[in-house]
Design a binder for this molecule. Sequence first.
Ligand code: ZN
Ligand code: FE
Ligand code: FE
Ligand code: ZN
Length: 400
Amino acid sequence: MLVDYHIHTKLCGHARGDMEEYVREAIRKGFDEIGFSDHLPLLNKVDPYLTMGWDQFPRYVEEVNRLAWKYSDTIRIRLGVEADYMPGLEDELGQMLERYDFDYVYGSVHNIGDWGFDDSREKDRWESCDVTKTYQEYFDLVKRAVRSGLFDILAHLDLVKKFGYRPEEDHSPLVDQTLDVIAETGTAVELNTSGLRKPVGEVYPDLKAVEGCIERGIPLTFGSDAHRPEEVGLHIPEYIEKLQTLGLKGIALFSKRGRRDAPLEELPRTCVTQGYNDRTVRLTLSERERIRKSAEFDRAFEEGKKIYGDNLGLVWRQNDLEVSRLGVVVTRNIRKATRRNRWKRLLREAFRQNKMRIKEGVDLVLIARSEAIPSFSEVEAEFLRLSQRAGILEGDGPVR
Ligand code: ZN
Ligand code: FE
Ligand code: FE
Ligand code: ZN
């Protein structure tokens, strides 16, 4: 299963080659699925060297769709975008992202304040800056980006190392904290091979962080960050092989901003995408997918079946609706409001991330039981195990 979700086009002003050449290169290299993810126009300034203008954006979308259609027998082509995270502009960005039917949205941090720290035109500032502080500021921004909930995939997680400047002291706690936030929010992380072509000479993020992702069950995708056709898919096949020895099993695929984890082993394309393409679901929870009224909770408890795991309980019953709905309950012995809220968020997130795998027309109530709060991946795994036991999963059940 070869995937490259990070491909630019000459529309951004610093890449070259026709979009169709990128596609042909991906086919030549045997890729199963690719996505264009050109830079979204910036919200705070116009810079023709960084992004296309808003007037060009519809053309970009049209061209991706045209190529997806034209090559649909040969390769799957997704419509993505790489959006800059800028603190304070979350609402504006959210609105712009709503306007198009993206398959996925990459979140990137390319700026610290007014400094485009990865821009070769502004490289000199590295000589005079406080590198330790810069790393702290960078990872703070990444955490805020992830918490904003605007992005499906975090791009080049440790881009700050691009020019090879590193703090003297070990900065891995910063990375670990960032990974914890990522895991909590269910965001995917991109394994970006473009760092190999940059002064730093290594992938983003480094292998230690990749192991941290695998340990935490963070969904992973691959991107070459190609800015010219010959860079499409570069180093990805070798890298996947290497990561398999580290325990990587799945790869996150996206369609209409819904995520699905596919096994990494080679599978016929139809098999990998089955039940995914024909039923894509937006990964937000709408009002009609939530149970809030106490009468509805009562009904679930009275008529439903119940099973328990170590940390969670699951109650389910068939409803007469076309959607499945979720209610969350935290047992009384968990007193602290912050704890109760965090539990509720985790439960909702576990459902949200996996709702395309739940059968239609089921009311579920998830019950948080343990005082200690598990990680998101533990909650998700237990939720899927319980759902499988309950027989409410579509198809063949949990991938991990
Ligand atoms: Zn670029
Ligand atoms: Fe980028
Ligand atoms: Fe990029
Ligand atoms: Zn990028």
